[in-house]
Design a protein around this ligand. Structure first.
Ligand code: PHB
Length: 391
């Protein structure tokens, strides 16, 4: 009996000893577990987000509301099993206060149950399928949804004399969202889909599909490939002579990512896409952002960089509002309804859905001072995710 009590006391003391230094460390440091693909086909997404966060922290400092911000970077190579294991390890062992990043939809979904269970905010900076924010009350998104831009380009196409479209979309959730939202608007407006192909997500060879597109003689092809694949797609598009056959590329702007656009060559000229961000967005904030990013990383920021920049800003501002309290529920409450001006334009977090509300711009690829840019020519203001209302 006596021995048992002693043992219990020892165990209790150990437990206290184990928690006290940790609790203190957490008071001083806010840890953010950043899970992004730094290798593999989606590596450009991870690189852009990591760069943008580094830039933000250089500009604003690495302390906020009296807390030191520590980023713990993990490369999941966009493989959801890795994401899940890494999120678990970061939450349980590293005791992170926030998990962030998520380069593809399956990765964002894999982490969602862990965010809920641990009450740790999950800030989605890249992935774009509508359902993501519904998978946990702890998810907040600073990227985009495919429905936001694909519905708008669907309407634009019918109004601009495009009657027949062939579609080429990456065969996974965001590709399916893009296709469904485009079709709904384009077909409702009287447009016709003459060919529909889905390409695998991993290492796609577009060539055989491009031949089918060409044969179906559409006015335009609607394309969704995830960030990082646009360069390869446009190379094969030009090699197969689709540009010469006058088949325009339209779609959400992922295929014309600024990160790769300037190396695509003249085949990209005239492509019209709807999207949240262009490096050519003519605001002062964006000019400064592009200049600073180029100076630091010797490349243009793309839309993934902006998702990362806004994601870390959201965390900083939420910490300011909570006075440095990084409790999950408090951070999420602080994030709901937050509004600010991003390099992409004015944005906010919808307090109901925790999803981003942002302008969607229609842009055309043009040469400006010898470089290719998505030049914005129409703006749809404060677009909420249209994918949410269909449930
Ligand atoms: C996604 O997997 O949700 C995703 C990835 C890259 C994009 C768009 C969507 O460009």
């Amino acid at each position: 009996m006596f021995i048992r009590r002693q043992l219990l006391l020892v165990a209790g003391a150990l437990a206290v000893a184990a928690t006290v230094p940790h609790a203190r460390a957490q008071e001083e440091t806010v840890k953010i577990g950043l899970i992004v693909p730094m290798t593999g086909g989606q590596a450009s997404t991870g690189r852009q987000i990591d760069n943008a966060i580094k830039l933000y922290m250089q500009q604003k400092g690495d302390t906020v509301a009296g807390k030191k911000i520590e980023i713990i970077l993990r490369d999941d190579a966009a493989v959801p099993d890795n994401t899940k294991r890494m999120a678990q390890e970061l939450i349980v062992n590293e005791k992170v206060n926030v998990i962030a990043g998520f380069g593809v939809t399956p990765a964002a979904l894999a982490a969602a149950p862990l965010a809920t269970q641990a009450k740790v905010p999950e800030i989605v900076m890249a992935a774009g399928t509508s359902i993501i924010t519904e998978r946990s009350p702890y998810i907040v998104r600073t990227s985009f949804t495919l429905a936001q831009s694909s519905t708008i380009i669907g309407d634009w196409a019918v109004k601009n004399g495009i009657k027949k479209v062939a579609t080429l979309t990456s065969d996974y959730a965001p590709g399916n969202d893009a296709l469904a939202s485009f079709k709904e608007h384009f077909v409702a407006g009287g447009g016709e889909i003459v060919e529909e192909v889905k390409v695998p997500l991993a290492n796609p060879d577009f060539a055989p599909f491009l031949q089918r597109m060409k044969d179906s003689k559409p006015d335009a092809m609607f394309v969704f490939v995830p960030a990082g694949q646009g360069g390869n797609f446009m190379k094969q598009y030009a090699e197969r002579g689709l540009d010469k056959s006058g088949i325009k590329v339209i779609g959400p702007g992922d295929v014309m990512d600024d990160d790769l656009l300037n190396n695509m060559g003249d085949a990209a000229l005239g492509a019209v896409t709807a999207h949240l961000y262009s490096a050519a967005h003519p605001s002062q904030i964006n000019k400064e952002f592009v200049a600073a990013y180029k100076k630091a990383f010797n490349n243009r920021p793309g839309f993934m960089a902006v998702g990362g920049y806004d994601g870390i800003h959201l965390i900083y501002e939420a910490l300011k509002k909570t006075g440095g309290d990084a409790t999950g529920d408090k951070l999420i409450a602080a994030m709901k309804g937050m509004k600010w001006e991003s390099p992409r334009g004015p944005i906010s977090i919808d307090p109901e859905t925790r999803d981003i509300v942002q302008n969607i711009y229609i842009r055309k690829v043009e040469k400006v001072d010898g470089e290719l840019y998505n030049v914005e020519f129409a703006t749809f203001e404060a677009v909420k995710d249209p994918g949410k209302t269909k449930k």
